[in-house]
Design a protein around this ligand. Structure first.
Ligand code: ZN
Length: 198
């Protein structure tokens, strides 16, 4: 017997599609949402709607932002000659939380994965190479310590090497297979400080 209404079920289905949300959590959230006063639900839906409508890629580093340049790229105090390459905006946020990194970023929006058929052209590498035409001292590769992350790091270092720009890789303080976004700030900082030249 189907105990939920069709509408609730549809909401549960949509919530379940979100990353990290299982069926139980989706059910809890769905019942919670429909029990909320109308204004709260409107706030939630308009927050989703507005975030979607007004968010796009930063013109420089390609992270998500609602202005032309993200706060990091817009900050003249930052060292624009040091570029840290990360896989996604969440990794950028993790490094920003340390409060110690003074350079800028480049967000690849993925990693090379021959297994999943994701090649160099499927991530934002071309944009990185274009940025290197400006005055750049160092590229710090901070992709994840996974097979995909390592493959991507290797590919990028080979690509940049001939330009003479210094290429470094964050130290292995980041556990193998570990997602940067879940790693504590102390470990992230240690990985950054212990980076090695490729
Ligand atoms: Zn930016």
């Amino acid at each position: 017997m189907e105990i939920n209404s069709g509408y609730i079920n549809r909401l549960i289905e949509e919530l379940e599609r979100l990353p990290g949300i299982g069926n139980k959590s989706a059910q809890r959230m769905a019942y919670y949402i429909v029990s909320l006063p109308n204004e709260r639900v409107e706030k939630l839906t308009s927050a989703i709607d507005n975030a979607k409508k007004h968010t796009h890629y930063c013109k420089e580093c390609l992270t998500m932002t609602d202005s032309e340049l993200c706060p990091v790229c817009a900050d003249k105090q930052r060292d624009h000659k040091t570029i840290m390459v990360v896989e996604n905006p969440r990794d950028l946020a993790a490094y920003e939380k340390t409060g110690k990194y003074r350079g800028v970023y480049h967000v690849l929006h993925g990693a090379i994965s021959p297994m999943l058929g994701i090649g160099p052209a499927d991530i934002r590498l071309k944009e990185l190479i274009t940025r290197l035409e400006d005055d750049v001292d160092e590229v710090i590769i901070a992709t994840n310590a996974s097979l995909e992350g390592e493959t991507t790091a290797m590919y990028i270092s080979k690509l940049i090497k001939p330009t003479g720009i210094k290429v470094t890789r964050i130290a292995s303080g980041v556990p193998v297979g570990g997602d940067i976004e879940y790693i504590d700030e102390v470990t992230l900082l240690r990985a950054l400080e212990g980076r090695v030249e490729l």
